[in-house]
Design a protein around this ligand. Structure first.
Ligand code: IMP
Ligand code: MG
Length: 429
């Protein structure tokens, strides 16, 4: 019937996985539209934790078809490992459930090696990538020399193209970066084996989605990363190499804008970021530890993919307003409200100040952003545990005020408030 899109409204790790999990139950197809295994989505079902990187979180729901869309980049070795891990826990990952768009691009060992070499070459100013080969794979796509998943149907063609690709990358790796060359024949053979296992999964993703929509079914586009990691609309160059925003969902799946119903922005009740780049509301010291956690809990702020401690700060509604505009958000979902329980005061950044002037819009120029100071409005905190709340009226009045304040500041309706990692720990407004 319609396409709903789930978008990260911050720098990723907003808890999109759990909102996807919630909506996937009603969907016929759940599709990833951008990024690759740089993503890390944690979903908790009946106390069991699933960490997914490439396969849409919808896979946990029996009967839902999961599509890895054309806008993604796929490392087949990682995909197969993830499929095996799910299968070992009784999740069906057969080709009737999991589908790969023929025109998704492949990540090769050369892309991973180039990602590492380029990051090392940046010295003291790295992007802080996940080192999964994401940037180099998208670079090859834009340069029109990439390898697409459709080659799984043509193992010989794939092997030939792979040898040429690796030999070309070896020139760069050895001559520019002084790195070791890769064994092109061995990699070609490795990918021939992947092709044999993965070719039954290939589909035309756009046609698959169109057919579902024509049959009156719902399709859910599952975002990875977040608005501020978007190649165009994020904190360039400290971004990922794809388009995690709503426009990216349409390109990354081959769907027209007239099919879109809801665009749900997911934001954490505070802000976090992994990797380098500007972060106006960043905290340090005890305040940061308070928001980040110590790493003892699975939901503490440590990267799902890299294990890095995340940088954290108070909620920034200047960012959220940008996300609302760029994505055309129809609503917001707030996650991890429970983490703020017990604070006396909860600051929220409502504007940036630069040279004595207040900025209304998020500045896209990093030089301007670097000169911005957050302007905080200090809200009263709440001491009560909110993890048992299932309706708005279950929330302490200050927690409710916090949520209403965000909705008012962003002029966007709040439709979900998550108050804990469990599947049922959510308020649906
Ligand atoms: P890349 O996507 O590996 O090239 O990394 C580029 C930037 O995006 C780095 O700052 C990463 O930390 C960040 N990034 C990539 N994927 C995610 C994610 O899923 N969550 C949060 N940050 C991410
Ligand atoms: Mg994540």
């Amino acid at each position: 019937m319609a396409l709903d899109i789930i978008i990260g409204a911050q720098w990723g790790d907003e808890g999109k996985g759990r909102i996807t999990d919630l909506l996937a139950a009603q969907a016929n197809i759940v599709a990833r539209y951008s990024g690759g295994d740089n993503a890390g989505h944690t979903v908790t079902v009946a106390g069991e934790i699933f960490k997914l990187h490439l396969i849409p979180s919808g896979i946990i729901h029996p009967g839902v078809i999961c599509l890895i869309g054309n806008g993604t980049v796929i490392n087949p070795a990682v995909l197969l490992r993830e499929m095996e891990a799910l299968a070992a826990r009784g999740v069906d990952v057969g080709p009737h459930r999991l589908k790969i768009s023929r025109n998704a691009h492949l990540i090769t060992p050369a892309h991973v090696a180039l990602d590492k070499a380029r990051e090392a070459h940046r010295g003291s100013d790295p992007i802080g990538t996940t080192l999964r080969g994401i940037g180099p794979a998208y670079t090859d796509k834009a340069s029109r020399v990439g390898l697409r998943a459709e080659l799984f149907d043509d193992p010989e063609g794939l092997a030939d193209r792979m040898e040429i690709h690796i030999q070309g990358a070896n020139e760069t790796l050895t001559k520019i970066y002084g790195a070791e060359p890769l064994d092109s024949a061995a990699i070609a053979a490795e990918f021939t084996a992947y092709a044999q296992r993965l070719h039954p999964y290939l589909v035309d993703g756009s046609v698959l989605i169109d057919q579902a929509l024509r049959h009156g079914r719902d399709v859910l586009a599952e975002g990875a990363q977040g608005t501020f990691l978007d190649l165009d609309h994020g904190t360039y160059p400290y971004v990922t190499s794809s388009w995690p925003t709503a426009g990216g969902a349409l390109i990354g799946l081959g769907v027209g804008p007239n099919k879109v119903r809801r665009v749900i922005g997911v934001a954490k009740a505070f802000t976090s970021r992994v990797g380098s780049g500007p972060f106006p509301c960043e905290l340090s010291g005890d305040e940061a530890v308070r928001l980040r956690g110590t790493g003892a809990n699975p939901w503490d702020e440590y990267g799902t993919t890299t294990g890095r401690p995340r940088r954290v700060g108070w909620l920034d509604v200047v960012l959220l307003r940008h996300a609302v505009r760029i994505n055309g958000l129809t609503e917001l979902a707030i996650t991890k409200l429970d983490i703020l329980s017990g604070l006396k005061k909860v600051p929220v950044c409502v504007a940036y100040e630069r040279h004595g002037e207040q900025l209304e819009h998020y500045p896209t120029d990093l030089r301007v952003l670097a000169e911005c100071q957050p302007v905080y409005e200090i809200l009263d905190g709440w001491q009560e545990d909110v993890t048992g709340a299932r309706t708005l009226t279950d929330l302490p009045v200050n927690a409710r005020h916090y949520v209403e304040f965000i909705a008012a500041q962003t002029e966007t309706a709040m439709t979900y408030i998550s108050v804990g990692p469990g599947r049922d720990q959510v308020i649906q407004v």
